[in-house]
Ligand binder design. Structure first.
Ligand code: NAP
Length: 460
């Protein structure tokens, strides 16, 4: 009979990715009634994924989730192996040999493509790059954003588009006491952008951002929100959508847009943030770099809640030297793990990874955005990870193949043989303490290290 999950024979689980879904998966395992050891692998020397490098610096409250993650990390069953890339530094096969199960919680690190001509011109950026840059993510530290233009265009009307446009709309005074990276604050201080155009391919009833995020645009120190009153006229299908009680957030959003459309534009403010609807990019034009954006007007077709945007053929042009594509994230495949190319996710059934023939792949589980796509707020990942861990625990007898697993010890042996400098949680806490110390004189919660070498030097 299997003894897996007892004190003498704990269940060894490797979790790939230390963002919210990774921490919530670790929490669910640790709180279960079996004995476990959880090793969380992270590519960067710092944990917490998008809570550290995605959540906007002026939304510090959202970062309070980290307090819970710190409690989870303090459990004796938890172990962080950071600064290690799964797929290169350590293979998925290695993890399967060292652990009984592997949970992939590596998020959605890439972006959906617009698929229009000129998408890759200089000056056309993904929101991911910009968000990573202002949040001090080492991958994006050295990206350059030319903010010397008058007009910036943001494609998409989700919460990421709201973050990007709000950061462009705010004054340095509104940002300087956040944990925004110093290099980004310096560049934003020189910004010449006066007009920010946030473009939605559907109407104001279908905008995906949330009311709290939209309301902030009405309260900015030096930027007015601009919405045209004619854009507030809805088709009957959209009216039906807003009458639906379950769609209360969209109704709030629509009412806020209506309120903005009735406001006098405050001429004392330097910047304007335009929210425009029923328009999609047709072409990005420029010789070597972006000069103008050709937008096509759209109409909506379909039943309520299933309305899609269709081009009408009518175009308008917007002169702009900088554009951000904020149309949703996309997962990146890991070698040796099934991947759904169209969806950008790991195929799964309730978190059990499946192959091309829909057969469950033994030992493999997934949670978070790489499981279900990039949707929901931070807390949504908790239920997602709990579901996955529930399946894993149901499978516990199948996970016992009779072989002796060495867990973290086997991983360290491989990493050390390759001279790979890994970082544990105590070392991360040294980086954390130093960042907080660096922020103090500036009144910032922290001044992040933005180069991996700098982070590692603090741990030595
Ligand atoms: P999102 O909410 O899915 O929004 C994507 C936007 O891009 C939508 O307006 C979508 O329009 C549009 N879009 C998609 N494909 C397009 C195309 N080909 N052409 C033009 N427009 C296109 O994605 P997100 O903003 O990246 O956010 C991801 C998740 O993170 C969301 O769940 C979001 O709420 C969450 N998040 C939360 C916060 C917060 O809580 N403060 C902050 C940031 C992110 P359609 O509706 O027509 O598809």
């Amino acid at each position: 009979m299997s003894t897996l999950g007892t004190e003498q024979d704990p269940l060894l689980v490797a979790i790939v990715g230390s963002g919210p879904s990774g921490f919530y998966a670790a929490e669910a395992l640790i709180k279960s009634d079996i004995a476990v050891k959880v090793d969380v692998l992270e590519r960067l020397p710092s944990p917490f994924g998008l809570v550290r490098s995605g959540v906007a610096p002026d939304h510090q409250k959202l970062k309070q989730a980290i307090k819970l993650y710190e409690k989870i990390a303090a459990s004796p069953e938890f172990n962080l192996i950071a600064n290690v890339t799964v797929g290169t530094d350590i293979t998925v096969k290695d993890l399967c040999e060292s652990h009984h199960a592997v949970i992939f919680t590596c998020g959605a690190e890439s972006d959906r493509k617009l698929g229009v001509p000129g998408e890759d011109l200089i000056g056309s950026h993904t929101a991911t790059e910009f968000v990573g840059w202002y949040n001090g993510h080492p991958d994006y530290r050295d990206r350059e954003f030319d903010l010397s233009h008058d007009v910036a265009v943001i494609i998409g009307q989700g919460n990421v588009a709201a973050d990007v446009s709000r950061i462009l709309s705010k004054t340095v005074d509104e940002l300087k006491q956040t944990d925004i990276a110093e290099h980004a604050l310096d560049t934003l201080a020189e910004s010449k952008i006066k007009e920010i155009h946030v473009i939605g391919r559907r109407g104001p009833a279908q905008a995906k951002l949330t009311p709290k995020e939209l309301r902030e645009f009405g309260e900015l120190a030096d930027c007015s929100p601009v919405v045209l009153s004619e854009d507030m006229i809805l088709n009957p299908e959209s009216e039906k959508e807003l009458e639906e009680k379950s769609n209360v957030a969209s109704k709030k959003i629509y009412d806020l847009f209506c309120e903005f459309s009735k406001r006098e534009i405050d001429s004392s403010k330097t910047k304007k943030c335009f929210f425009s609807f029923l328009m999609g990019p047709k072409e990005l034009v420029g010789n070597s770099r972006l000069e103008k954006v050709v937008l096509e007007k759209n109409g909506l077709s379909g039943e309520p809640f299933k309305q899609s945007a269709r081009g009408t053929g009518e175009t308008i042009e917007l002169e702009s030297g900088i554009l951000f594509r904020s149309i949703g994230y996309r997962g990146v495949p890991i070698e040796g793990v099934p991947f759904h190319e169209n969806w950008g996710t790991i195929p799964n059934e309730k978190g059990r990874v499946t192959d091309n023939d829909n057969n469950v792949v033994s030992q493999f589980y997934t949670a978070g955005w790489i499981k279900r796509g990039p949707s929901g707020i931070i807390g949504t990942n908790r239920a997602c990870s709990v579901e996955t861990v529930g399946c894993l625990l149901e499978d516990i007898t199948k996970l016992d193949d009779g072989s002796k697993k060495s867990g973290a010890a086997a991983i360290y042996t491989i990493l050390d043989s390759k001279n790979i400098r890994h970082v544990n949680y105590a070392e991360w806490k040294k980086i954390d303490a130093k960042e907080i110390e660096r922020g103090e004189p500036k009144g910032k919660p922290r001044e992040k290290y933005t180069y991996i070498d700098e982070m590692l030097s603090v741990t030595d």
